[in-house]
Design a protein around this ligand. Sequence first.
Ligand SMILES: NC(=O)c1ccc[n+]([C@@H]2O[C@H](COP(=O)([O-])OP(=O)(O)OC[C@H]3O[C@@H](n4cnc5c(N)ncnc54)[C@H](OP(=O)(O)O)[C@@H]3O)[C@@H](O)[C@H]2O)c1
Length: 256
Amino acid sequence: MEWKDKVVFLTGASSGIGEALAVAMAKRGAKLGLVARREELLKELAEKCERSGGKARYFAVDVTDANAVAKAAESLRNEFGKIDILIANAGIGGNNAETRNLNPEAVAKVININLLGAVNAVSAVLPSMLENKSGQIVAVSSLAGFRGLPKSAAYSSIKAGMTAFFESVRLDVQRKGVAVTIIQPGFIKTPLTSGRENKMPFLMELEDSIPLFLRAIERKKRFAAFPWQLATIVRAGKFFPAWLYDRIASGAKYRE
Ligand SMILES: NC(=O)c1ccc[n+]([C@@H]2O[C@H](COP(=O)([O-])OP(=O)(O)OC[C@H]3O[C@@H](n4cnc5c(N)ncnc54)[C@H](OP(=O)(O)O)[C@@H]3O)[C@@H](O)[C@H]2O)c1
């Protein structure tokens, strides 16, 4: 795959995985539309991407604003003629949402940004991809979506929802020239995980994870889960009977 021919619409570009991916794609010559809320960070990142050999435009947009996301995508298409790849990456953590003190507003925020934000991004790019019979939609989901996790009701549920949403989209578009890649990372060192108190088994360095994201996109993989150790455990956990899963997942290391 030639990145220099690709126009990429990337949400959640201002920090963490999005920022590192943007720089990596720019180094390969890609043309980028960088979306997030913090304009100053986007501006600096766009300059860095241009210095690295890519082209970059930025859009200070909240992904929960469907119109603003659609306008940003339109503006990128107008400038570069098409969008080849969407990376729906914008997201927030679940603040270890503890269901004994359930706060529906906090959960709604997690759902709105992570899940509906991704839906807004898909709807901003999919019609033109279908018209061109070409494109790739990439979802940054998570291993947290395989089964419910303790103190992660909001986050687990939106990542399960994201995986199912994008898999459904794939069924509808795969014979129409549009590929869908669902990436399910474990724990990666970013601002999102930096304040987390729970254990983070097989925590990855950000720079070690970026080649795995790029490879999944380049190979148009349907699913990519990493690191392999945690992905294997989580996949196996899918087949545990509920009584066994409950015992393990609510185990001592997760308790206060
Ligand atoms: N780090 C991990 O261990 C891990 C593991 C699995 C999956 N993930 C997923 O990877 C994605 C990126 O996470 P990260 O670890 O890189 O976290 P991060 O460093 O906190 O980055 C999150 C990005 O999302 C953007 N964002 C948040 N709310 C937004 C909104 N309402 N509108 C537009 N952009 C918004 C943020 O930009 P602004 O604040 O400037 O808007 C930021 O650029 C998330 O979907 C996360 O769930 C992360």
